[in-house]
Design a protein. Structure first.
Length: 175
């Protein structure tokens, strides 16, 4: 996997101060995407264990609320497989901090068994993240007044509550 950027002290992509990892590779190709260069799976730098360790160490600083993973598209199948070690390590070493992920795919159709972005690690990823912002960016629905999302069709999902309930539970942050 490649990544385009690691943003430190980010407050735009989730609650609190966060480390944000922008992965490369996206097949959604949303019209009006703010980072179309990240559609290329080979854009940016190679993601390896030293990058992963650096993210974990940065997130250990007390002022960070957690990690945000976005892109590109974290739920492209090869990206899921590359990200699962980071998510496992983060949960083990920083259990009190949160993980947010952004996806252009839809939680209750694409990321379920039989969905177009479901693979052997999807459930483990979902079981270990706190918030998922889902849905393609739709330029016609762009709304800059929304919390943590760019278009009105996108949802901020409380993943832990959704997994427990067996249905989508939106975060209060949607308002």
């Amino acid at each position: 996997m490649h990544f385009g950027q690691i943003m430190l002290a980010d407050s735009a992509n989730g609650e609190g101060i966060r480390v944000s990892l922008f992965v490369s590779g996206c097949t959604n190709a949303c019209l009006g995407c703010f980072q179309p260069e990240t559609w290329d799976f080979n854009f940016g730098q190679i993601y390896d264990e030293s990058v992963e360790d650096g993210i974990i160490e940065e997130c250990k600083k007390p002022y960070y609320s957690g990690l945000t993973i976005l892109g590109g598209e974290p739920f492209e199948i090869p990206n899921q497989k590359a990200l699962i070690p980071l998510i496992r390590k983060f949960r083990k070493e920083l259990p009190s901090k949160t993980i947010w992920m952004y996806t252009g795919f839809t939680y209750d159709t694409d990321l379920y068994p039989g969905g177009k972005r479901y693979c052997e690690v999807t459930d483990e990823i979902l079981d270990n993240i706190d918030i998922l912002v889902d849905g393609k960016f739709v330029l016609a629905l762009k709304n800059i007044s929304l919390n943590f999302r760019g278009s009105e069709n996108q949802r901020i999902i409380d993943v832990k509550a959704s997994r427990k309930a067996g249905k989508v539970i939106l975060s209060p942050l949607n308002n």
